[in-house]
Write a protein that binds this ligand. Structure first.
Ligand SMILES: [Zn+2]
Ligand SMILES: [Zn+2]
Length: 330
């Protein structure tokens, strides 16, 4: 074979390889766009959807991450609390941290806020799904400003480097502190904060989200609260915390456990709240149980006084708020 034919053969092979490459690429593109299409078909068409990201407590669990709830309503996305693992759960929903720019905090117990840092700063990682251009907006009761300011201070160097060297944006936060009342009112979405009773952990609030004649109420951490009942009346979906540190007939094993239960809600108290509020659907979150077998009895214990439906929330369970409240199992 002469030098010329070697070059020709090489070129021929190169063209073949390129063609195969392009073909393969095209095929890959086609399959990924049809995957996108499928994803779209599976996407909810509801304009009011709530997803439980974390239904646990400070107790470490791979099944129940700490407290966090995503509300997608009227084309907007709101995060209520950012407990342990919130960023990972969002990722499971194909939502990048940078796609979150509105956070509402119920109180400053760490199991409700510890993933704020992660969601805020991980937005610096380039992500084709979307990033954050402007400051993160944080709403919360008194103390939220200090907590955000100190968090930003703790990560000052990290944030500075990511901004200047990596060109990241959206790594600052504006805080809107409030007492009680309407805290957000845009595009037909109204968010009302109301005080709840979380014992020594003051202030603590719950939220009601109103949209197009429908509503969702998130209790935050509280014991039985008349103010919650007042604000939650007649809501479509009431997402309420629950704690049980012992069998109902047992004595408390320690003073500490007694104190903890005193500023949370037992299933029996939850039943009383549900009865007063009369929601279309009641769902438990923040499920903190010292005796795991008690989980099976959470509904039964509430239904001693309440005869409506009660759902035991699990991570990534979703609810569509339409004429009825539709439960979507993860
Ligand atoms: Zn909590
Ligand atoms: Zn708490």
């Amino acid at each position: 074979m002469g030098k010329k034919s070697v070059i020709l053969a090489f070129c021929f092979l190169l063209v073949l390889a390129l063609l195969a490459g392009f073909g393969g690429g095209k095929q890959k593109q086609e399959s990924s766009s049809s995957a996108k299409e499928n994803e779209k078909n599976n996407e909810s068409t509801s304009d009011f959807k709530v997803t439980l990201l974390g239904t646990g407590s400070p107790v470490i669990s791979m099944e129940r991450f700490s407290n966090s709830t995503l509300v997608e309503v009227g084309g907007e996305r709101f995060l209520f609390d950012a407990g342990r693992g919130a960023a990972q759960r969002l990722n499971q929903l194909d939502i990048s941290p940078g796609m979150i720019d509105k956070l509402f905090v119920t109180h400053l117990h760490h199991d409700h806020v510890m993933d704020f840092d992660d969601i805020l700063i991980t937005a610096a990682v380039p992500d084709p799904r979307g990033g954050r251009e402007n400051n993160m907006q944080v709403w919360g009761p008194k103390g939220t400003k200090d907590w955000v300011k100190n968090t930003l201070k703790a990560y000052k160097v990290d944030i500075q480097v990511r901004k200047t060297v990596e060109g990241a944006s959206g790594l600052d936060a504006d805080v809107h502190e409030f007492k009680e009342g309407v805290v957000y009112n845009e595009n037909g979405i109204e968010i009302i904060a109301f005080e709840v009773d979380h014992g020594p952990m003051k202030p603590a609030v719950g939220y009601r989200i109103n949209y197009d004649g429908r509503s969702v109420v998130i209790s935050g951490d509280t014991t039985y609260s008349e103010n919650l009942i007042k604000h939650a009346k007649g809501t479509d979906l009431l997402i309420h915390e629950v704690v049980s540190v012992k069998h109902p007939e047992e004595e408390y094993k320690s003073e500490a456990l007694k104190n903890i239960e005193a500023y949370h809600t037992t299933p029996e108290q939850a039943g009383e709240v549900f009865k007063q509020v009369n929601p279309k659907l009641a769902a438990y979150t923040h499920i903190a149980l010292l005796i795991p077998e008690e989980e099976a009895k959470l509904v039964e214990r509430a239904q001693k006084t309440y005869d409506g439906e009660v759902v035991v929330g699990v991570d990534l369970m979703a609810f569509e708020i339409g004429e009825e409240v539709k439960v979507i199992e993860p």
